[in-house]
Design a binder for this molecule. Structure first.
Ligand SMILES: [Zn+2]
Ligand SMILES: [Zn+2]
Length: 425
């Protein structure tokens, strides 16, 4: 075959949709429960929005954006994440005049030019949550709780938080200095990547996966020892809420984000049994972001969950999801006269909201019934020349194989008398 889906992309086939629908409806249900409203932003935005909002020096901006110039010479980029676009919308629509915090969620595709590997795609999907306009640590706790409950109700087990405070523009620079000093003292022992990171994005050294760097990371100064009073109090309050809720968490000193507008809380949700990389969800606070993209100083906190990861986990763990209800009726016809009756009959059934499939083309009765069976239809309505002449249909119960003849005028009453609540819901 000549064409294939582009590398790193995939089709969501009909048999996949029960999983996608399950996850998407759970996201909507819990967002409503927590008072978050849906927002959809454009799939592409000004390239500069992401350069500012995601940050120069990040892998996303440096290597992974799908950027292009359109025919009007505008520099555009397919969104690589949700947050920057949502913040742009908050500023553009003057949402600071609404009651704060403004609590928003989004679902949809994102695009990054990544090296395709298991579980990583160039077009992928996220459930993204943002709460904008409050510095209250109760809001950090709220978004974390929403992430947790979402994963828990999808069937994830062994959940725990990794949590840290990444400080603020007041206290973090002192930490960065101490970290750099420590790393330069170990310069001969660290990897080449870290040597580069030290210049541009020093906090990223804590993220290094290189085995030779692990003992260096373990001995590195911890940001917790450098937090200013405000950041320390914020973190202590958040931990108190986590304790009170009985949430399992670990303070992970390595969990940081390298950019200035990420402040205070940073967290991941880990789950059991999903392979080497345990994080299914990541988020945090970004009190400097809206200012960075040209808005008024506005705090915010949020998270994102990758849906591909969630769905592949549900499938591998055999979690049962609701299937769409099968058709009630399959209309089978033999011969031209019968067909001329069957087409309007199927149409009428649908007008009465009876889920109906019609057999197409020329097929023997056996073949048509096989299709009815495959579709999971409850009844087959069979029309042949005899039935047409007598003004009846033969109705076959597909499960028991019992058949009876019903007058065409009485079909609806017959079906209604046997109506059952939709299955599979
Ligand atoms: Zn601080
Ligand atoms: Zn390293």
């Amino acid at each position: 075959m000549a064409y294939k889906a582009p590398r790193g992309t995939f089709d969501i086939l009909p048999e996949d949709w029960p999983y996608w629908n399950f996850v998407i409806s759970k996201a909507r249900e819990l967002s409503a429960l927590y008072g978050y409203e849906e927002i959809e932003t454009p799939i592409f935005e000004s390239t500069n929005l992401f350069v500012r909002g995601v940050g120069e020096g990040t892998d996303i901006v440096e290597k992974e954006m799908y950027s292009f110039q359109d025919k009007g010479k505008a520099d555009l980029t397919l969104r690589p994440e949700f947050t920057a676009g949502v913040m742009r919308a908050y500023v553009e629509h003057g949402m600071h005049t609404r009651p704060q915090p403004v609590k928003l969620f989004s679902l949809g595709p994102l695009f990054r030019y990544e090296r395709p590997q298991a579980g990583r795609f160039r077009e992928f999907h996220q459930f993204n949550v943002e709460a904008i306009g409050s510095q209250d640590p109760a809001l950090d706790f709220e978004v974390m709780s929403l992430a947790w409950q979402f994963l828990e109700e999808l069937g994830f087990r062994g959940l725990s938080f990794q949590v840290n405070s990444t400080g603020c523009p007041e206290c973090r620079p002192k930490y960065v200095e101490a970290l750099k000093e420590y790393y330069y003292a170990h310069y001969d022992e660290i990897c080449e990547d870290d040597k580069r990171r030290l210049g541009r994005n020093p906090l990223r050294v804590l993220d290094c996966k290189n085995p030779q760097c692990q003992p260096i990371i373990a001995g590195a100064p911890k940001i917790a020892d450098f937090l200013c009073d405000e950041c320390a109090a914020h973190f202590a309050t958040l931990r108190r809420y986590l304790d009170a809720a009985g949430r399992r968490y670990t303070v992970n000193h390595r969990l940081v984000r390298g950019l200035d507008y990420y402040t205070k809380t940073v967290f991941e949700v880990w789950a059991e049994g999903i392979g080497a990389q345990n994080a299914v969800c990541g988020g945090g606070r970004y009190d400097g972001l809206i200012e960075e993209i040209g808005g008024p100083p506005t705090p915010g906190v949020g998270f994102a969950v990758g849906l591909e990861r969630v769905i592949s986990t549900l499938r591998s763990q055999g979690v049962k999801v609701p299937e769409p209800p099968p058709p009630e009726v399959f209309v089978a016809a033999l011969g031209k006269k019968a067909r001329d009756k069957a087409v309007p009959l199927a149409n009428e059934l649908r007008q009465h909201h009876v889920p109906t499939l019609l057999s197409f083309g020329k097929r023997g009765l056996k073949g048509q019934l096989r299709n009815a069976n495959r579709a999971g239809a409850r009844f087959a309505l069979i029309l042949g020349d005899d039935e047409v002449a007598a003004g009846v249909v033969t109705i076959r119960d597909m499960e028991s194989g019992k058949q009876e003849q019903v007058k065409q005028k009485e079909i609806f009453a017959w079906l209604e008398a046997r109506a059952q609540p939709a299955r599979g819901r």
